[in-house]
Design a protein around this ligand. Structure first.
Ligand SMILES: [Zn+2]
Length: 439
């Protein structure tokens, strides 16, 4: 394990009972604040008959209604551009961001100077120290600076933290590789897919990235860093450690992987974590797989209360080898709650299968999942195509074997894998229907 560093050791190693007490105080304060400032929350809480003074314990939090993305969209449609869920006036804002809108109309967020320069900074210092990054490091950020939060937070906060920031926007991938060679950064960030694409680009240019100065690769936006085969591929390609970063534009970045690499820590001094059954909304205990629900405990611009992430996670509250008591998400984000199906008593996410397929370079991006009838005794069947006609049978057999291993490891089910001819699987425009349930 690399050397452990902490931003706020007293909070990061606080015994859990004390940490929960700390969260309760912050939660009560935050709830009273949004009730007073945001018509959106006042309306919701009044409708549910719950007021800030009703929250006396963390169990009472379950009396408060959840907040979902559609409500934010509706609020912004009604009162554009920011809706009525912000707690600051537009004049107080210094930064705007919006979500990518891949699942509908984008949500816009406005941030105050305090949030952008102090609260975000504080959050990202947990990341910086957690990854073992110091002022002696420099980070190359290959990112198209735009309306999405993505790497803006790390850029601004690491800069404030004394790290040399090399902005890699507005460049081709080849130029980015050249810049990495020229500027000699020690840290690089990106989505796992893009980080691996940069690896391919470098290879074509005859550059061996594992021989560069880069010692840490931070990845976000996809589960890659927590999928063992992807992590290994990133680490060998770059000759660097790969650490996970989790966040979203609405709630900002809340999770980082420490140098012990035992899952993704959530900054519990700034976020309240709940895991619920995605169907019933009931609170689940630690180690139970369910939907992640978060509350911003510290920001002032648009704190989200009981925000349903739509992501499925499994929480481990045992102390980490790094010494932190902040809980960890085992395997990071496991999948999306809305596209889950059940097989053999296990919840399975098409997005997880998709990740495994796409991580296997011998497979094309197309796949089909056939879920047999319950009790039929048949295995789950996954149909894939080779990515190139030049692959030999031995190469495909090896790829299928590795795919089955990671599938069993991550999902707990052994599938049958059938390799079909290139072009045999259906192609989709728009939303793909890849799971076939046998009846
Ligand atoms: Zn740790």
């Amino acid at each position: 394990m690399e050397k452990v560093m902490m931003w706020k050791p007293e909070l990061e190693t606080m015994p859990r009972e004390k940490l929960l007490e700390h969260q309760l105080q912050l939660f009560r304060k935050q709830m009273a604040y949004v009730y007073e400032r945001a018509p959106f929350y006042r309306r919701k809480f009044d409708e549910a008959g719950v007021r800030p003074e009703h929250i006396k314990t963390l169990e009472d939090v379950s009396k408060i209604p959840f907040t979902v993305k559609d409500e934010l969209r509706r609020s912004q449609e009604k009162s554009p551009p920011f809706g009525d869920f912000h707690c600051i006036s537009p004049e107080q804002g210094v930064r705007v961001f919006q979500t990518t809108g891949t699942t509908g109309i984008p949500v816009r967020s406005l941030l105050s100077k305090k949030d952008w320069l102090e609260v975000y900074y504080d959050q990202f210092m947990y990341f910086m120290y957690g990854y073992g990054i110091t002022k002696a490091d420099s980070i190359f950020i290959p990112f198209n600076y735009g309306l999405y939060l993505a790497w803006w937070g790390i850029h601004s906060s690491f800069e404030q933290g004394g790290v040399l920031v090399i902005p890699g926007g507005g460049q081709s991938s080849e130029d980015r590789i050249k810049n990495i060679l020229e500027w000699k950064p020690t840290v690089v960030c990106g989505t796992p897919t893009y980080i691996l694409f940069l690896g391919e680009t470098a290879k074509k240019m005859g550059v061996d990235l594992s021989k560069t100065t880069v010692r840490i690769v931070i990845t976000a936006g996809e589960p890659g860093a927590q999928v063992p085969s992807t992590k290994k591929l990133i680490e060998t390609t770059w000759g660097a450690k790969n650490y996970d970063d989790i966040g979203s534009t609405e709630i900002s970045n809340f999770g980082f992987e420490c140098v012990a690499q035992m899952g993704t820590h959530i900054i519990e001094s700034m976020f309240l974590v709940e895991v619920i059954d995605p169907v019933t909304g009931k609170t689940l205990g630690p180690s139970q797989e369910g939907e992640l629900v978060l509350t911003n405990l510290c920001c002032e611009s648009m704190p989200l209360i009981r925000w349903r992430m739509g992501d499925v996670v499994k929480v481990d509250i045992k102390k980490c080898d790094c010494g932190r008591t902040f809980l960890r998400l085992e395997g990071g984000i496991i999948g999306r709650a809305d596209d889950m199906f059940q097989f053999g008593g296990v919840n399975i996410f098409p997005s997880a299968i998709e990740n495994f397929v796409r991580e296997t370079k011998e497979f094309s991006n197309e796949y089909q999942v056939i879920a047999p009838k319950m009790g039929s005794g048949k295995h789950l069947r996954i149909r894939v195509e080779p990515s190139s006609p030049s692959l030999s049978k031995e190469e495909m057999d090896r790829a299928v074997k590795a795919f089955k291993e990671i599938f069993k490891f991550r999902i707990g089910v052994s599938p049958d894998v059938e390799v079909v001819k290139i072009g045999e699987l259906p192609r989709f425009e728009g939303k793909a229907k890849r799971v076939i349930r046998e009846t």
